[in-house]
Write a protein that binds this ligand. Structure first.
Ligand code: SAM
Length: 220
């Protein structure tokens, strides 16, 4: 089976769409996943949320259950079709096909922003640009929440390559055998804070065994 050295994360997630949610069934991670649902519900309750890179809508459903409204964006029609079939009360969510690096279809009236397992897939050189654009769509003191993976020996997929900027890459295998090289970074708290810069307040980081969650308010 050939290995696709695919720097296009978009294609990888389109091809993985039908098996993506299995990642949330790993037995050893259940305690942490339950905690993440709880944290997100507490943080985003009552908010008008912009979620980017929403994928199959796994977190969208949880956030829709407690937020005022959620606009969930992904570039891939395949994952959005799965997301749209989730049982989410009507009138609570709209799914939009758009690119996080342009967000052309998105207005700027959100009280909170969220992205799950996206930070780790952004090149270090693109993170500040992504954040500036994402946060430009939010109200002046909006809440921002990111969740992502911690690197755990024996559980995380091994790193096979580090590029000149320090971005790290894994080989991911789909159930049909297709292999992809995928960008996956594991930033430290210090790196995250440096990337966010000083125009934020109320920064908090929750370190679970397998995941991290950060929350902060922007200051425009
Ligand atoms: C790791 S998945 C996360 C999915 C979801 N947030 C979750 O936590 O289950 C990354 C998602 O980013 C999407 N994606 C990749 N490139 C994108 C882009 N340029 N704009 C918007 N979404 C993108 C992929 O289609 C995929 O659904």
């Amino acid at each position: 089976m050939s290995r696709k050295i695919d720097k296009d994360i978009e294609q990888y997630y389109a091809d993985r769409s039908y098996e993506y949610d299995k990642t949330y069934l790993r037995p050893e991670r259940q305690k942490d996943i339950k905690k993440l649902h709880k944290l997100l519900k507490n943080l985003l309750s009552g908010h008008i949320v912009l979620e980017v890179a929403c994928g199959t809508g796994y977190w969208t459903k949880t956030i829709a259950s407690i937020s005022k409204f959620i606009t969930a964006v992904d570039i891939n029609n395949k994952v959005l079709q799965i997301a749209k079939n989730r049982e989410i009360p009507s009138g609570k969510v709209i799914f939009v096909q758009d690119d996080v690096y342009s967000l052309n279809k998105i207005q700027n009236n959100f009280s909170a922003g969220f992205a799950g397992f996206w930070w780790s897939h952004v090149l270090k050189s693109k993170l500040k640009g992504f954040l500036a654009l994402f946060q430009s769509k939010l109200q002046s003191d909006a809440l921002v929440v990111f969740i992502d993976n911690r690197r755990v020996k024996g559980s995380s997929t091994p790193i096979i390559r580090i590029d000149n900027d320090g971005n790290t890459y894994q080989i991911r295998k789909l159930e049909d055998g297709r292999e992809y090289e995928v960008l996956k970074n594991f930033p430290t708290k210090q790196e995250i804070l440096e990337t966010l810069g000083n125009k934020i307040k109320n920064f908090k980081m929750e370190l679970l065994k397998y995941f991290w969650l950060i929350s902060y308010n922007i200051q425009k």
